[in-house]
Design a protein around this ligand. Structure first.
Ligand SMILES: C[S@@+](CC[C@H](N)C(=O)[O-])C[C@H]1O[C@@H](n2cnc3c(N)ncnc32)[C@H](O)[C@@H]1O
Length: 226
């Protein structure tokens, strides 16, 4: 496999993010090898080799890491559930607008593999990151590398109901939860409403076009990805 394959540029590259910036954040966000493949509860961390040509282009490295979870939808499957997050080049590229937009004090709902947090830590303009994560085992295993980092605080709780000290505010918030029992957009929408008065700019995945139009009017500086 040729090393130059790792640097192929995709058509969806973010305007304003040059090749060096993109590489900088993609490298920073990757899951470190110290996070070992393992199964805990309904979760599995899997590391797969990317030895096919297409996989090399999509993944951008010789291996990549996936976070999977057994859900109601996948209960009858043989494998370790559905993919909730992966650190392939393709997936991380979709996160680039977050790293471009974030600054100051940042709120992240949903830790997952920690890719968003790693990318944010690479940006000196991000002064502090509060992460709220529902699953204590995700905090224990995926959050271990952030323990003791003065720029990160991991909070255990449900992002919808976690109680923050009065007056807490953030400059930017990114919502990236995962659920197998209701539409994710509804959950993200509720988070937008909940944090509306506490956050300067908010963003989340996957709102339908009509909803995005309404949200953009209401939150002109929001960040709404497909
Ligand atoms: C898609 S992953 C996040 C991936 C993450 N952005 C990353 O960089 O790897 C979703 C995470 O949200 C967490 N989660 C799901 N529902 C939640 C809730 N109500 N409050 C907080 N975290 C939640 C899941 O446990 C999971 O760790």
């Amino acid at each position: 496999m040729s090393a130059s394959l790792f640097h192929i540029t995709f058509a969806d590259d973010v305007p304003g993010a040059g090749a060096r910036t993109r590489k900088f954040y993609l490298d920073a966000a990757r899951v470190p090898l110290s996070l070992q493949p393992q199964t805990f509860g309904l979760w599995t961390i899997q590391r797969l080799p990317a030895n096919e040509l297409v996989a090399a282009v999509r993944v951008g490295r010789s291996s990549y890491t996936l976070l999977r979870r057994v859900s109601m939808r996948t209960l009858h499957h043989d494998g370790p559930g559905e993919v909730v997050m992966e650190d392939s080049r393709e997936e991380l590229m979709r996160h680039m607008p977050i790293w471009m937009a974030a600054r100051g004090r940042v709120l992240i709902t949903g830790l997952g593999l920690g890719c968003v947090v790693r990318g944010l830590l690479a940006k000196p303009q991000v002064t502090h990151i509060d992460v709220v994560e529902l699953d204590p085992s995700i905090i224990r295993i995926c959050g271990a590398e952030f323990m003791g980092n003065p720029r990160v605080t991991l909070h255990h709780g449900d992002a919808e109901f976690y109680r923050w000290p009065r007056g807490t505010r953030w400059d930017f918030a990114w919502h990236d939860l995962w659920t197998d029992d209701e539409h994710l957009q509804k959950l993200h929408f509720r988070l937008f409403a909940r944090f509306m008065d506490q956050v300067g700019h908010q963003g989340a995945w996957g709102f339908p076009r009509e909803i995005k139009r309404v949200l953009r009017r209401k939150f002109p500086n929001g960040c709404f990805l497909n």
